[in-house]
Design a protein around this ligand. Structure first.
Ligand code: 3AM
Length: 174
């Protein structure tokens, strides 16, 4: 079977998606359209191309992780000029978030799937390839995300564009 492009990530609830959408449309001016709101997520570990045996392997690994659920708070934005990514970032590096992301990143590296060129930098991408940096006239009203699950997502293009589809879901256990 063909390899899939996979990554581990955390999804948003409809309430947070609506909150971000309404702030973007009212208070953020940019030279291009935002990323598709259906795809908003926080990447934990990018794996790149994964065959079926490797997929089963990373799923078994993620199932063995026993980690508590936690909360993330978002109140600020950032911009990486080299790739034009404008993003929302959690208000501090959360230890629980790091203890979830690091083993997933390391396991992908151990399997030889993808070597991360950068340290873990949690973010929700709202624009990609946008220049200049979008203008924010009013900061986003801070919001929280209860992280009780994470997903293994497949990144694939369908007739209506890019989709990040959960292929497996993992519960965090308090
Ligand atoms: O677009 P964002 O950052 O929200 O984090 C990247 C992306 O989410 C990561 O996987 C997510 C889904 O595509 N990603 C994709 N390509 C990547 C690459 N070449 C990558 N991370 C590192 N290197």
């Amino acid at each position: 079977m063909a390899a899939k492009r996979l990554f581990f990530g955390i999804g948003l609830a409809p309430q947070q998606t609506t909150h971000i959408q309404s702030w973007l449309s009212q208070h953020v001016k940019a030279k291009k359209a935002p990323t598709l709101s259906r795809n908003w997520h926080l990447t934990l570990a990018f794996l790149a191309q994964v065959d079926k045996a490797q997929e089963d392997d990373v799923i078994a690994f993620a199932n063995r992780l026993m980690l508590p659920f936690f909360q993330l708070h978002f109140a600020s934005t950032g911009y990486w000029s080299h790739n034009g990514i404008f993003y929302l970032q959690p208000d501090h590096i959360n230890a629980a978030l790091r203890s979830l992301a690091e083993p997933l990143r390391e396991y992908g590296e151990k399997l030889g799937l993808y070597r991360n060129p950068y340290p873990f930098s949690p973010h929700i991408t709202l624009f990609r390839g946008v220049k200049p940096m979008p203008l924010v006239d009013v900061p986003i009203e801070p919001f929280s995300l209860d992280v009780t699950h994470f997903h293994l997502y497949q990144s694939h293009s369908l007739d209506d564009g890019l989709h990040y589809t959960p292929v497996e879901t993992f519960a965090l256990n308090a």
